[in-house]
Design a protein around this ligand. Structure first.
Ligand code: AMP
Length: 216
């Protein structure tokens, strides 16, 4: 069992790679972004509170996301956890370390997915996903085989995120560089950081991540 963090700016491919690890290694994906979107669409009080902040591309408060993670990691997961989009601040990183320690678990690797900003804008502004199975598509680089139909599960419920537009993306990138990128130094200093080229083909990125996991 290995617990890993996928670290990188919006559009680096964290969600796509996390889904592969779920399929191939029976790991459990913990995406705070997915959890927050779920809270929003099911209309909970917290979901309503964070909706505007998310649509603008700002980070929601640490206590909310730390609470979401705390609820999930109690018993551990068979194949291990993939933390996707969490932690995003130093406070969250410290909280994760404390939660893992409290529950007798370890953090085995932090994988930084490196990409450049120009590639991110192109990736994000064409992105859409299947609302049923979560498969990720792109207008130019990965369209569905049949327009309007998910290749994987056949659903017609294809969605674009409210914050996948250029304005929100600018804020998301700024939030990343101001608040999340210090985590690269933090985990490097803890000797836990590995880096992969997030601009490589999806399969090569997956292979590079697998190699890191096999070494832990
Ligand atoms: P994501 O799906 O990971 O891109 O997250 C979408 C949005 O959810 C972010 O732009 C934030 O508004 C919020 N969010 C997700 N994870 C976190 C986190 N760990 N800390 C703060 N805000 C988060």
């Amino acid at each position: 069992m290995v617990n890993i963090i996928l670290l990188g700016p919006p559009g680096a491919g964290k969600g796509t790679q996390a889904k592969r690890l779920v399929d191939e290694r029976a790991m459990v994906q913990l995406s705070t972004g997915d959890m927050l979107r779920e809270a929003k669409s099911s209309g909970t009080e917290m979901g309503r509170r964070v909706a505007d902040v998310m649509a603008r591309g700002q980070l929601v408060t640490d206590d909310i996301v730390i609470g979401l993670i705390e609820e999930k990691i109690g018993q551990g997961a068979g194949g291990g956890f993939i933390f996707d989009g969490f932690p995003r601040t130093l406070k969250q990183a410290d909280a994760l370390a404390a939660l893992l320690q409290k529950t007798g678990q370890t953090l085995d690797a932090v994988v930084e997915m490196q990409v450049d900003d120009a590639a991110l804008v192109a990736r994000i502004t064409g992105r859409f996903t299947c609302g049923k199975c979560g498969e990720v598509y792109h207008d130019k680089t990965r369209p569905t085989k049949v327009s309007g139909t998910c290749d994987v599960c056949g659903s017609h419920d294809l969605k674009r995120r409210a914050d996948d537009n250029e304005d929100a993306l600018k804020t998301r990138l700024m939030e990343y560089y101001k608040k999340t990128s210090p985590l690269i130094g933090y985990y490097y200093a803890k000797n836990q950081l590995s880096t992969v080229d997030g601009l490589a083909e999806m399969d090569s990125v997956a292979a590079a991540i697998s190699k890191i996991l096999d070494k832990t």
